[in-house]
Write a protein that binds this ligand. Structure first.
Ligand code: PEP
Length: 249
């Protein structure tokens, strides 16, 4: 069974004060050592968060990265810079990046490779829109996004990813997938991962994301193929996020 991972995605929210508030709370928290925790903070707070989270169980993450290692790409941030600031994980293919910033499967793959090249763990986000679900295309879309990356990676690279299934219609909407809906897609993802090896499929952390909160986390996390959560809005409230982390242990 993969170790549960609860990852918070602050998106374009937060402040230095919030970083300090989280660091204090996690320093004092009584968390099960069997749960991994990460926070994906905005770029400007990475350094401060890296210092503040030292000595807490919180691993540092970023929300995106450039597909290029360095050079004349104004406004971009490379994987090496994230690593230099202490980040261990980075989101890739979040639906907001796919829809608002036009990142298609090729762009997602390039960013996964850029993350792996510097030793960061890419958290690969997959998910269908409501229209795609209503058309009965959920598995085709999600597994297509998965294969677009996994087919192109070397066998020894595949085991270095984390996957997050995030139905687009559940992100930031307050509308959560039911545990049964989520489990069905997670099971399909794990089955498809089996094509790349049974051990890979069994060991892969597959997170659920989409309006996860303290009130619904336990029943989602109780599903056999849900190995944690990617939490947006609820990761901005320290008590709420801690409660989610506690329900994973
Ligand atoms: C997300 O941004 O990855 C997310 C799941 O957001 P929310 O929890 O707010 O739906």
């Amino acid at each position: 069974m993969p170790t549960p991972l609860i990852a918070g995605n602050w998106k374009m929210n937060g402040s230095r004060a919030l970083v300090e508030e989280f660091a204090q709370a996690f320093r004092d928290a009584d968390l099960s050592p069997g749960v991994e925790v990460a926070l994906m903070v905005p770029f400007p707070y990475l350094e401060a968060a890296g210092r503040a989270f030292a000595g807490t169980p919180v691993a540092l993450g970023a929300q995106t990265l450039s597909d290029q290692p360095a050079g004349a790409f104004t406004g971009e941030v490379s994987g090496e810079m994230l690593d230099d600031c202490g980040a261990r994980l980075v989101l890739v293919g979040h639906s907001e990046r796919r829809t608002l910033f036009g990142e298609d499967d090729a762009a997602v793959l390039a960013r996964v490779k850029a993350a792996l090249a510097v030793g960061l763990t890419p958290v690969l986000c997959l998910g269908e829109t409501l229209e795609e679900r209503d058309d009965g295309r959920t598995e085709a879309v999600v597994l297509g996004q998965l294969e677009a990356v996994f087919d192109a990676l070397a066998p020894d690279e595949r085991g270095r990813l984390v996957i997050a299934y995030e139905p687009v219609w559940a992100i930031g909407t307050g509308r959560t997938a039911t545990p049964e809906q989520a489990q069905a897609v997670h099971a399909a993802i794990r089955e498809r991962l089996g094509r790349y090896g049974d051990a890979l499929a069994a060991g892969m952390q597959v997170l659920y994301g989409g309006s996860m909160k303290a009130a619904n986390a336990a029943e989602l996390l109780a599903q056999p193929d849900i190995d944690g959560g990617l939490v947006g809005g609820a990761s901005l409230k320290v008590d709420e996020f801690l409660a989610i982390c506690q329900s994973a242990g």
